[in-house]
Design a protein around this ligand. Structure first.
Ligand SMILES: [Zn+2]
Length: 255
């Protein structure tokens, strides 16, 4: 059983064949999917998908690159929606992305902070997006105690990965681990305890080799499992089962 801990099936990349793609998940062994919000206008569609498909759960939150138009009123709206829907199991994706100049670091930090406060108030796990912002992300998360969740699409060193594990977080690993030049992530995967890793696609992005650059979907997680199994020298069944259990635990779902 595979749990895709991070997907974006609301993306327009799936507009032509969303039902077909989602119908093909169970036969491929994908039994649960966490569909994650990024933009303000994705919130309603995320909720709709959880209502339509029994195996799809949702996370609501605003991505750092999308946080410029955010307001406190809109955060209140998100809070209400989280409280009203039992299948919304996390707050995300939230964080810092310094790869792009906009929004400014100050704006990103302000809304990251505010959304972490909301996670604590609601006692919800968080899904963290952090790109080119290792130090600030660590500082801000360290300042917010009693919050856990997933460091998604992890891109830093193995030392940083282990530090997050010490803080109670687990590490999201997806298609990038199959890339030839991803030696840093491969080292982190080797160093991490298996039960601190969760599998993810970030689809439609981040398709694993040999599909790199194409549209990704949760069926390709099989290739990520193979890579992790080979890096750790264990059976793929062990990877699949352990990551499934960890993901259920993080999102407070029964196995
Ligand atoms: Zn994502």
């Amino acid at each position: 059983m595979i749990f895709d801990s991070h997907a974006h099936y609301n993306s327009e990349a799936f507009d032509q064949d969303r039902e077909e793609v989602l119908a093909s998940m169970a036969p491929a062994g994908v039994s649960r999917i966490m569909n994650v919000a990024a933009e303000m206008d994705s919130i309603d569609q995320i909720i709709e998908l959880t209502e339509k498909y029994p195996y799809i759960y949702g996370a609501l939150g605003i991505h750092p690159s999308e946080c410029q138009p955010l307001t406190n009123e809109y955060l209140d709206y998100i809070k209400k929606e989280i409280l009203a829907h039992d299948k919304i199991r996390a707050l995300g994706e939230i964080g810092l992305d310094y790869h792009w100049p906009d929004p400014t670091k100050e704006v990103q930090k302000k809304w990251f902070d505010a959304q972490l406060d909301m996670a604590k108030e609601l006692n919800m796990p968080v899904i963290i997006h952090s790109r080119d912002a290792c130090k600030d992300t660590m500082n801000i998360l360290s300042a917010h105690k009693d919050i856990t969740g997933i460091i998604h699409c992890f891109s830093y060193t193995k030392e940083t990965a282990l530090q997050y594990v010490d803080m109670g977080y687990v590490i999201g690993v997806g298609g990038v681990v199959t890339f030839k030049n991803a030696s840093k992530l491969k080292e982190a995967v080797k160093a991490l305890p298996l039960d601190k890793i969760v599998l993810e696609t970030d689809c439609p992005y981040m398709a694993p080799t040999p599909y790199r650059g194409e549209r990704n979907d949760s069926r390709y997680i099989s290739l990520v499992i193979d890579e992790i199994a080979s890096l750790k020298g264990i059976d793929r069944e062990e990877v699949e089962e352990t990551c499934y259990k960890t993901t259920c635990k993080v999102y407070n779902l029964p196995e």
